[in-house]
Ligand binder design. Structure first.
Ligand SMILES: NC(=O)c1ccc[n+]([C@@H]2O[C@H](COP(=O)([O-])OP(=O)(O)OC[C@H]3O[C@@H](n4cnc5c(N)ncnc54)[C@H](O)[C@@H]3O)[C@@H](O)[C@H]2O)c1
Length: 292
């Protein structure tokens, strides 16, 4: 499919999950590129901090992406407020759960699916009619490398991110021939607060780590800063990409998923020397999952 370039700099953009991490970095980058920025999150204090770091026009709303009606109200408000056409809607808010299928809490999985998948669907459904009416703009939905390849203790997360990928790919085909596009973002490890906000089980039914150990392990393998991720996403959208991979780990896992779609994780584990700590930690997790 041919790529058509577009510009979102100077347009209005909408970003969920903007109180932290990738969402905050996107808001900062796009604000610096002349975008009017509508930011939303459940974390009011974090949102205020993000807003204080932006120079341009902003609309700041506390919003739970699980609430479809609140998303529709937000879209109507953005439409009234937007000083320029909406260039992009980033359905970025997301959370993580680390648990085996055997011992995981079903309510944690439901919590995650409601945010990571239904939150994305709600945001897409709320803003898509506005973009279609404009015949312009991009829906940018955040999946993950775990939406390309599944690893142990990430069953709920992987399922949500494969779902985002399938939903967004389908939408992209529906929009073919229009001025509107749908893009999937697959970040590798990005140094954000995602582990601090995650749910997981400690103790004998857990994954054998407390939150601090998990945060340290994540910090050791996450390769990309949020600002770099925001740059890649911004550039990818403007290049007209259909999907955006972020970080060398994302390219590696994408390749492994194609070559070994069923056994990709085993392959990664074998390439421990290449992947260094990343593989080691994942293998530990895999071994614990098997021990369960
Ligand atoms: N950090 C990574 O390594 C990584 C890798 C792949 C994909 N991702 C995805 O990137 C996205 C951003 O994550 P991040 O790494 O910046 O994490 P983060 O925890 O730093 O930021 C996520 C933000 O989402 C918000 N949020 C959580 N639940 C919400 C809800 N119900 N409604 C509105 N906002 C809510 C949080 O308050 C937080 O501000 C997520 O979808 C995540 O799954 C992250």
């Amino acid at each position: 499919m041919s790529k058509s370039k577009r510009t979102i700099s100077g347009r209005t953009v909408v970003i969920t999950g903007a109180a932290s991490g990738i969402g905050r970095a996107l808001a900062q980058r796009l604000s610096a590129h002349g975008c009017a920025v509508a930011i939303a999150d459940v974390d009011e204090n974090g949102l205020k901090e993000t807003d204080a770091s932006l120079n341009g026009n902003t609309l700041v709303r506390v919003l739970d992406v699980r609430d479809a009606e609140a998303q529709r109200d937000f879209a109507a408000e953005v439409r009234e407020w937007a000083p320029t056409p909406i260039g992009a809607v980033f359905n970025n808010a997301g959370v993580a759960v680390a648990a085996t299928v055997l011992h995981g809490a079903p309510e944690d999985d439901t919590w995650l699916w409601d945010i990571n998948f239904h939150g994305v669907v709600n945001g897409t459904r709320a803003f898509l009619p506005i973009l279609v009416e404009q015949d312009e703009g991009v829906i940018v939905n955040t999946s993950s490398v775990y939406g390309l390849l599944a690893v142990p203790v990430q069953s709920a997360y992987s399922a949500s991110k494969f779902a985002v990928r399938g939903f967004t790919d389908s939408l992209r085909h529906e929009l073919r021939g229009t001025g509107v596009a749908a893009i999937t973002v697959h970040p590798g490890g990005i140094r954000t607060n995602i582990v601090h906000n995650a749910r997981f089980r400690e103790g004998s039914d857990g994954i054998g780590m407390d939150r601090e150990q998990m945060a340290q392990n994540f910090a050791a393998v996450a390769m990309t800063e949020p600002a770099k991720a925001a740059e890649k996403i911004h550039r990818g959208v403007e290049k007209g990409k259909a999907r955006i991979l972020i970080g060398p780990d994302a390219y590696l896992l994408d390749t492994v998923a194609r070559v070994a779609p069923a056994n990709g994780f085993e392959w990664i584990s074998k390439f421990g020397n290449v992947l260094g700590k990343a593989s080691g930690k994942l293998s530990q997790v895999r071994n614990r999952a098997h021990a369960d």
